[in-house]
Design a binder for this molecule. Sequence first.
Ligand SMILES: Nc1ncnc2c1ncn2[C@@H]1O[C@H](COP(=O)(O)OP(=O)(O)O)[C@@H](O)[C@H]1O
Ligand SMILES: [Mg+2]
Length: 258
Amino acid sequence: MTNTHPLIQVKNLDLHFGAFHALKNVSVDFHAGELIGLVGDNGAGKTTLIRVLCGIYAPSSGEVFFDGKKIEKFHPKLAIDQGIETIQQSVGLCDNLSIARNFYLGREPVKRILGIPFLDFAKMREKSTRVIRQFGLRDNVSADDEVERLSGGERQSVKIGRAVEFMNRVVIMDEPTNHLSVREREHVNELAVQLKEQGLLVIYITHDIFQVHKLADRVVIMENGAKVADASTDAMTAEELEEVIRQGGRLVEKREAV
Ligand SMILES: Nc1ncnc2c1ncn2[C@@H]1O[C@H](COP(=O)(O)OP(=O)(O)O)[C@@H](O)[C@H]1O
Ligand SMILES: [Mg+2]
């Protein structure tokens, strides 16, 4: 894995919101086929960092490379075109539309009858049914049902299925299991591993090191806008990493200073 170039490379990233210094000289590499835990307390800068990767914020300084190419313009549409999808707990699906419609939101297939474009409902239904079965929706849920009917875990499954179907290369999960039951959380975690096994880069954001340590290949810890640790899960236990978080990164700084 290390001899391939990173899929996303972040170099010396700084971001200011007015006088507030939200990201401080962050450098980190992400490889395809990796599941990375991005961990830190509330306000650490995790969401801000991934919003740069999704083209929502442009950095004040520093560089981001995607597949070896420097990103010159930060725009959400460009990020989506490159195959970067973010999955958040609260957004991403429209409750009052069917699962099939949600699946294709913004990418609806069209068929032409006498030259007039119509949404291709049959195609939407057929493809989304196959994918939602694969990603573990109840048998009595159909692609025509409104998303409103789905449990929190099933909603995540629709978003994850969509990411796979549209051949995204990066799936960012920002606190994906907040408000989910234990069983649903397990399901979402299994899906994260499945995505990685299909060769995608999965960035899994959480404030809970114990939740992600068992899934992740590597954990990146942020604190006050800075990266304070970046360790393979083979090299550091969850308890050791928790201590890093508790010390606000001072442990690592001390080690590096020696
Ligand atoms: N658009 C914004 N304008 C000003 N401050 C912001 C903005 N977005 C985030 N912040 C601040 O940046 C810090 C990091 O936020 P965030 O990245 O959301 O943290 P995390 O996701 O790790 O909980 C917080 O102090 C937050 O208040
Ligand atoms: Mg956040």
